[in-house]
Design a protein around this ligand. Sequence first.
Ligand code: NOJ
Ligand code: CA
Length: 707
Amino acid sequence: MKYREVFILFFLAFFYTENCAQKNISVISQFKKTSLLFSIDQKGKADYQVLLGGKQVLKPSRLGFLIDENQRLDSNFKIIQVDSSIIQETWKPVWGEVKTIENHCKQLVVRMELQSAPYIKMNIIFRVFEEGVGFRYEFPLQSSLKFFTINEEFTEFNLTGDHKTFWIPADFDSNEYPYTSSKLSEVNAWKFPIISSGNYQTNIPDQYAVQTPLMLKTSDGLYINIHEAALVNYSTMQLHVNRSNYGLSANLVPDAVGNKGYLRTPAKTPWRTIIVSEKATDVLASKMILNLNEPSKIENSSWIKPTKFMGVWWEMQTGKGSWSYTDNIDSLSKEGKLVPNGHHSANTTNVKKYIDFASKHGIKALLVEGWNIGWEEWTGVHKEDNFDFVTAYPDFDVKEIALYSKAKGVQMIMHNETGASASNYDRHMDTAFRFMNRFGYNSVKTGYVGKIIPNGEHHDGQWMVNHYERAIKKAAQYYVMIDMHEPMRPTGLHRTYPNFLASEAGRGNEWNAFSDGNAPDHETIMPFTRLMGGPMDYTPGIFKLRHYAKDAPNRQMHTTLAKQLALYVTMYSPIQMAADLPENYEAHLDAFQFIKDVAVDWDDTKILEAEPGEYISIARKEKGKANWFLGAITNENSRNTSIILNFLDKDKIYRATIYEDAPDADWKNNPEAYRIQNINVDYKTDLKLSMANGGGVAIRFKPIVNK
Ligand code: NOJ
Ligand code: CA
């Protein structure tokens, strides 16, 4: 990876208010249309504002902390120095939506110090980008501050009105919620419409708090996204909503004893991010969060490879099979051996069936869940040392599967569910990764369902944030890629650790298996919320959309089949699952062809159209190839649109294979009706697309002739 960094020191503009003696100071930093205004008043209280083209986006918003129980770091400051510089670099992600990323912004560093003892120093670093502002606090190494406890972060994001908001409640342990769109003044986590059952909602102490990424739209058409970048050794930021003045304030996830974090100088917080644009498409195209993360720490990344995979998985999710080998764990203590239940999915014969199917259709990898002892008591119980991550059930032959998959050219993906016993996983990680190396697993899906052990810690607290990072680093040490389920939502850390391919950390397609599912607008909101921080293992590609759940035979998904195909393009991830059962793909091999063809790594991405809660259309160019793919989705309403294909190479004619909803398709009444058309197109073609209610369209463009 090559970096070109140019730092130019800038002339500083200090604007003193009328009375210089009182030292009201404001500093402006502007980059293109975006401005950041930092101010400190005569009491030494600091705040900031964000403007776009002169229009206020954030009103004066407070900065600071309460540390060590009674030390305030929100007033009595004086500025000791202000530095400004330009950052301009171009970098190449190991994998991603585009080949090259431009990081161009203006940096403003405000160095402050308390005006009386203990004279603590605190810096605020602002970066102003074309599409928004990021800022972080920095605590330099100093004799007056070494180890300290964060009791509260006071950061505010004061909005200018009662904006439309796409939100999920501020649970400390789960982000797997359906989105509610409401006005800010209507946010109420205890009243939001729950459309699911069996949720793992565990801790919503503040009914007026929400999670980030938080997506907002103003009445005059500004799109605002608030999140954080580079969440490392710190607690996740959730936001309390002040419903009367539309202010948001940081609400850090506490630890087991109620503290919000522990730092040692020199220390820095994650970046707080405010993306803003007049165009919704700019929000999805923004690389600001990635740019605020550190460059890759993995020098040789040639072993890191995006992939598509299948899984011995959906059959357990829908109740056809089980993760556990026995239905009677107590037989172990009585007779010394497990009694098989007859429907354990991860058995060698069944796994081979999946390997055969994947191999035949060129799907390169296979995940098998439920292969290892422990699933009888994997969650909902306080059992710290449940899994050892290396002992298979008697019907899963590790060696034979390793040999068979290798012979068939299918890469096995390891599964390490921890049952949220993170301390147990910490103790076993080396053994688990050695096992992966020995049997040829090059990636792992981890999981953290349940209440965290150590007791009282939360999925989104600092202790777990550090645990997930340890797991990513440990995986890298063993050349293993990682996909985490149930971690805190991502903040762009995959730039720093590109072996961290994806996470779930949101409400995936799997909720359609065991609950009332995801509403038709869900996937039009997710890219603006959950996906802002990084790729999601959403597990698209369900073809059998009705009557698939064993215990709820009338269950049906709120999507058409064509929309399931479009999600491979609209829900970005470098690992994409073909999530349905082989027999359901056998029934629609012509549509399955799109899943076989679609790429997982890209040279370029064009966000063509987007409106949160309504629709999204995206085109992407396959990495190192001339093929383009397009995915377009709609919410519960049908949609007609037309796209000029001006992203295509001007010198080529392409064969477009269009997978679209049949004219009579409808997510509710006729979800599996699709049609496939082949036409020739070029960059001038104005392509008409029609989507059914809850529908979508997926297109592959393959060059056939050079003009
Ligand atoms: C929840 C995960 O999201 C799901 O994909 C997995 O199958 C189960 N946990 C079991 O680990
Ligand atoms: Ca999950």
